[in-house]
Write a protein that binds this ligand. Structure first.
Ligand SMILES: *Cc1c(COP(=O)(O)O)cnc(C)c1O
Length: 224
């Protein structure tokens, strides 16, 4: 795509985010995290040049490679994938702005140990498996608030900022909506939570209308 054509294309995505957030309130601000997992450093630079700063990756090794390749740029890197315990140190070396997918108490405890040893903190979101799907990671909705509180109490080096969820895998808009509403309810109940990360290329407008204030957009932004 030519640059001007590309810009028009991105403008359209931004307009869609804008009209969805205005349905909630004039004051409802939504942050876009550009998920670059399908994209090259060149494509990331293209988005950077038109103002995008927050980028997300779902594999630790890709996050490392791209953040190093683009270290000259003032980018904000998010880690949105699931984290294996043996990759914790690698993730901490990259020091991302936000880890979206803290999906168990055990992982939190392991992360706490490593953070404490390094005398560091990390901003994190707890992942909710809102539609209780086998294929997905995350806390079950009924136990999410309790575990959120337990992590806050027991893991002082983890700064919990809120929740993250992937919408239900369904063609039925009502089912997807229900999964977002479940996550939003949990978000409202978690003390101090300020980030509700939900919505991807196929469902971000619905997610925003259900209260999301952070969308993770991959294919639609990178035209894949
Ligand atoms: C890939 C991915 C996205 C972006 O998906 P698209 O449908 O391409 O927008 C968002 N969140 C997570 C956790 C992902 O792995």
């Amino acid at each position: 795509m030519q640059n001007t054509e590309y810009k028009l294309y991105i403008d359209d995505v931004i307009r869609r985010v804008e009209s969805a957030r205005l349905k909630v309130s004039d004051y409802h601000i939504v942050k876009i995290v550009a998920v670059s997992k399908y994209s090259t450093a060149d494509e990331i630079q293209k988005l950077y040049k038109i103002g995008q700063r927050a980028f997300g990756e779902n594999k630790v090794q890709d996050l490392k490679a791209k953040s190093e390749e683009l270290s000259e740029l003032p980018l904000e890197w998010h880690f949105i994938g699931n984290l294996q315990k043996n990759k914790i140190n690698n993730l901490l070396d990259i020091n991302p702005a936000l880890f979206h997918a803290l999906d168990s108490l055990e992982l939190a405890q392991e992360l706490q140990k490593k953070l404490q040893a390094k005398n560091r903190t990390l901003d994190c979101l707890v992942q909710i498996n809102s539609a209780k799907e086998e294929s997905k990671h995350g806390l079950m909705p009924e136990s999410a608030c309790g575990i959120y509180k337990q992590i806050q109490d027991e893991c002082p080096n983890i700064n919990l900022k809120g929740v993250m969820s992937i919408g239900a895998h369904s063609d039925d808009k009502e089912v997807i909506k229900e999964s977002f509403e479940t996550t939003y309810e949990i978000y409202k109940q978690c003390a101090g939570a300020t980030i509700c990360s939900m919505g991807m290329s196929g469902d971000f407008e619905l997610a925003i209308e259900c209260g999301s204030n952070m969308v993770r957009l991959g294919s639609i932004l990178f035209n894949k």
